[in-house]
Design a protein around this ligand. Structure first.
Ligand SMILES: Nc1ncnc2c1ncn2[C@@H]1O[C@H](COP(=O)(O)OP(=O)(O)OP(=O)(O)O)[C@@H](O)[C@H]1O
Ligand SMILES: [Mg+2]
Length: 498
């Protein structure tokens, strides 16, 4: 093979008590699409942070670009070497326009005092034309979708002569259509000689675009494989060391009285004429793609927004859920889809994040926090949800993405809800851990908790739920009993709606 654009040789990274990377060898060829796969906490983001020079590898690690060892230690050094990272939240300037976000950086970097606005617009247009995207130059970035923001970030990278673009789980919050167009842009960049390193937990995306796939497990490189030689099953075994597949589960519902019922619930522009019943002990699936109204409905059930018309009954009685406090008082808990921004206090410890929702029950008769109870409660959740952390004192932001998600789950399950609404609970969770989370959900149902499982992954709702509602454009199009319908029935219905 030709000399790689980038090579890592025996790269290690230790944090206090944690080996994040252990003598990793890894290379990226010019213009290839190279995917990195591995379980939560296996070290993927750490590799990215080392390549982008936002963290420093341990002494003895060697990083080469075009055959030359690099010693930079600031992200800007990596940018100057042609490497740019696009995060899930693409860190743009929200109050500037699309054109300014794309092209301003180049002006600043070239130390010019006067900004030539015409030239700036031309630069932005040129970058967009290179990958055949069209975005309104004068739109304020805060007002465009996350998918478009990612495209802005890609265009920005293109104005800086990027040779390697790195994306860490870029598709986690994109609709199917947006994912397709992002993957098309990646393929297009490849034809222009720009390499992409792509991290995703969605194996189908990896298999669709990868020239090569590197698999990392517990900080050690398992190997690098041509994409054409892999399939779902092989990749899963490489990542987890075992074969994992879906098992069907049908929760038994308790009794004939719904705990929650929606009657003709509508909110203008979001969802319309929603009718369903939820029984204790059952897992009710709601599927439909991003934008189908599923999250908006959940937000109303949790008191974050109010329906315009219709009624919500709790335990048979009409209720007004006007705030999160109202919802929590009834025993409704909600695990949001966008956990990273909505679910956690990042610089606080794991322990504090877990107990924040249950402080009331951990206070002793002197109204002081009972430290014994606090520790017990935290330890229990860490064990039950197998959260992998060096210590309960670790700030949440030092956890891997998947482990952060478990902390959010723990925090809400700890409130012992009667109704638990899970919105995309396994987005960003690796295949093996996903089944762990399903197991937790099933056990909660068996304890009598009524669960609403919202997911666009049909196998996930089909294999866990007794009933599945299909949502599209704010309406429920159909209800399936999973003992009678097949997975294909539901899939076809969802596909047909788009
Ligand atoms: N600043 C830090 N301090 C301590 N430990 C850290 C820090 N950053 C990462 N780690 C640990 O390093 C390990 C690798 O984390 P990393 O974020 O690279 O995982 P990942 O493969 O990206 O996982 P995910 O798929 O969940 O995003 C984890 O055990 C994590 O807790
Ligand atoms: Mg990560």
């Amino acid at each position: 093979m030709a000399e790689p654009f980038l090579a890592l040789r025996k790269v290690s990274k230790h944090y206090a008590g944690v080996t994040a990377l252990d003598k990793v060898d890894f290379d990226i060829q010019k213009g290839e699409i190279h995917c990195l796969a591995g379980e939560n906490g296996s070290g993927k983001s750490t590799i990215i942070k080392i390549i982008s020079e936002t963290v420093k590898a341990d002494p003895g690690s060697v990083i080469e670009i075009k055959g030359h060892a690099v010693h930079g230690n600031k992200a800007i050094d990596a940018i100057n070497k042609g490497i740019q990272v696009i995060y899930q939240d693409p860190s743009l300037f929200p109050n500037l326009t699309v054109a300014e976000n794309i092209a301003l950086g180049g002006f600043v970097a070239s130390h010019r005092k006067l900004i030539n606005w015409k030239e700036l617009r031309r630069g932005a247009e040129k970058a967009m034309a290179r990958i055949d995207v069209r975005l309104p130059l004068d739109a304020i970035v805060r007002e465009i979708s996350i998918a478009d923001q990612q495209l802005v970030a890609i265009c920005r990278a293109l104005t800086r002569d990027v040779e390697l673009l790195i994306m860490d789980e870029p598709t986690a919050s994109l609709t199917k259509k947006e994912v397709d167009s992002l993957l098309a842009v990646v393929t297009d960049m490849k034809s222009k000689g720009i390499a992409t390193m792509f991290v995703s937990h969605k194996l189908n995306e990896i298999l669709q675009i990868a020239d090569r796939v590197s698999v990392i497990r517990d900080g050690k490189m398992v190997g690098t494989y041509p994409g054409s030689e892999l399939n779902d099953e092989k990749l899963t075994i490489l990542m987890t060391g075992k074969k994992v597949e879906y098992q069907r589960f049908v929760a038994g519902k308790n009794g004939n009285n719904p705990i929650l019922e929606c009657q003709w619930l509508s909110r203008r522009g979001e969802y319309k004429d929603i009718n369903f019943k939820l029984f204790p002990g059952e897992i009710l699936g709601i599927t439909g793609l991003l934008g189908s109204g599923r999250t908006e409905l959940a937000l109303s059930l949790f008191g974050i927004s109010q329906p315009d018309t219709g009624e919500i009954l709790f335990n048979g009685k009409p209720v007004n859920i006007r705030s999160i406090q109202d919802a929590m008082r009834l025993g409704i808990a909600y695990v949001p889809e966008d956990r990273l921004t909505q679910g956690l206090v990042n610089n606080q410890s794991v322990g504090k994040n877990i107990i924040v929702t249950t402080l009331d029950s951990l206070v002793n008769r002197f109204k002081l926090l009972d430290q014994g109870k606090v520790t017990d409660s935290i330890q229990r959740w860490i064990k039950d949800l197998t959260i992998k952390i060096p210590s309960v004192e670790s700030p949440v932001q030092t956890l891997s993405g998947g482990n952060q998600q478990r902390v959010v789950l723990a925090k809400w399950i700890a409130t012992q809800p009667r109704v638990l609404i899970l919105d995309g609970p396994t987005i960003g969770i690796d295949v093996a851990a996903k089944f762990d989370i399903h197991k937790i959900i099933r056990e909660l149902a068996e304890k009598g908790i009524a669960i609403i499982l919202i997911s666009e992954e049909i196998p996930e709702v089909y294999n866990n739920c007794n009933r599945v509602l299909v949502m599209h454009k704010g309406c429920i199009l159909g209800e399936y009993d999973t003992r009678q319908a097949t997975q294909e029935d539901i899939q076809n219905h969802v596909n047909g709606a788009y």
